[in-house]
Design a protein around this ligand. Structure first.
Ligand SMILES: C[C@H](O)[C@H](O)[C@H]1CNC2=NC(N)=NC(=O)C2=N1
Length: 98
């Protein structure tokens, strides 16, 4: 059963993501990041590769794409806030952009 992040998990895991351009939306208990690419194909390719991981982990982003920009919000709907799945997917997205 997916659980909400504990405070110790937040203290240890969130800072690195925040340093990597993620922001924390306290109201939703979600993290968000805007990814900018060189062109539309690179942006869509990022979404395609991230989608494969999202489906594999059964954990899906809330995201939108306009031309070279992909806006991502991650939260776990089943628990109404952040879980380790959000952190895992965020780290994977950061890994995909190299
Ligand atoms: C039925 C299915 O396993 C659930 O709806 C999964 C699918 N993907 C999900 N993605 C996200 N971000 N949060 C969830 O709670 C969630 N739940």
């Amino acid at each position: 059963m997916t659980e909400k992040l504990t405070q110790p998990e937040r203290d240890s895991d969130l800072p690195t993501l925040l340093d990597n351009g993620w922001t924390h939306d306290a109201d939703r208990d979600a993290i968000a990041k805007t990814f900018e690419f060189g062109n539309f194909i690179d942006a869509f390719g990022f979404m395609t590769r991230a989608a494969i991981w999202a489906e594999k982990w059964n954990h899906h982003p809330e995201w939108s794409n306009v031309y070279k920009t992909v806006e991502v919000t991650l939260t776990t709907h089943d628990v109404g806030g952040l879980s380790t799945l959000d952190l895992k997917l965020a780290r994977k997205m950061d890994q995909l952009i190299g």
